[in-house]
Design a protein around this ligand. Sequence first.
Ligand SMILES: [Zn+2]
Length: 392
Amino acid sequence: MFPAPSKYFLCKNRLNVIIPSTCAENNNLAFLICSCYNEIMEEEKKKLSWPLVGNGHIIDFLSGSVKNNNLAHTYIFHGPDNLGKTTAANFFAQILLCHRNSEGLPCGECSSCKKFSVNANKTEYKEEYSLGGAHGDLYLIKKEKDKKNISIGQIREFIRKLGMSSFLNSYKIGIIKHADSLSIEAANALLKTLEEPQKKVIIILVATDIGALPATVVSRGQVLKFNPVGFDVIYDYLIKERSVSRSAAKNFSRICLGRPALAVKFFEDKEFYDNYLKRVNVFLNFLNQDINGRLQSVEELAAPCGAGPEAAVSVGRILEIWLGLSRDLLLLEFNHAELIQHEIALKELMAAKAKLNLENLLNLTVALRQADKYIKANVSPKLVLERVAVSI
Ligand SMILES: [Zn+2]
């Protein structure tokens, strides 16, 4: 933007401004440049950046698509939970709906962006932000609480809203969260819309398990896979962007299993973290309890999980934590303490390992993996936990 730098000039605002040597003595020009530089820096500060930690390939692809005006009608964002898929979908929508987007980023200032910014000052992973506020050209649906599927009624309403003309003659964006929960009828109804895309209508499907989506739907979309993020990337993010202490950052980045949103939730939501620790302790205490004690612990753990699909999700998370702990025990058995996930519970893990031989540890891991399969096969969540308690 400026001529080739040959001299730095310190202006009254104490900004290091680059001006050509031929103009170095010309204060008027220098201050003019300073003023211009200030404005540029102010604009830069206002610009938003992608609210994603890791998964740079997603940012590069979508930013490139916007810059080259090479957009698909349908996108499918898939990958494990808590990687920021819905947040990314929402930010992508903000870019597309922004009146002054430049360099593939939203301005953050226009009337469209302001509708997104209602919740943008909160953490970028909060659900409120990912719902996009009250933007008339953005519509999001998701599986309702305690419902098994996204219904055909929800999809019909979704399609109807996307078919209406835009408030601002811009894009209309539809986001379907939990798209892997579409009922068969809902998926078929959606397919008809995907097969006959409307101009300036973009649909983003967000799914954990792309295998649960009909192949006919997947074949209509641009598929983008979100991957778990490296421990070191999350560790750096927590320290630099969230001012988390080094020891806490190390702990959270390890127990989040590559999912930045989960790491953020651990330090923002004390109750959530305490609940995690409680689940860790129940597992570690199993080894000090008789069968009745273990079943009692399972009873107490399962009660708040409720029933129905939500209970299966909760118990699935408990099993995920216990699998992590059994992996830690195996790592300790092979003297790899530096690799364990729950360094915070090292002492308790060492005590537990002392009571188990390698065969016990392998059996435990097999029992937990089997339990995970039972949960996915809709076996009663409480029964699944009881089976684990009995098998230890
Ligand atoms: Zn804007």
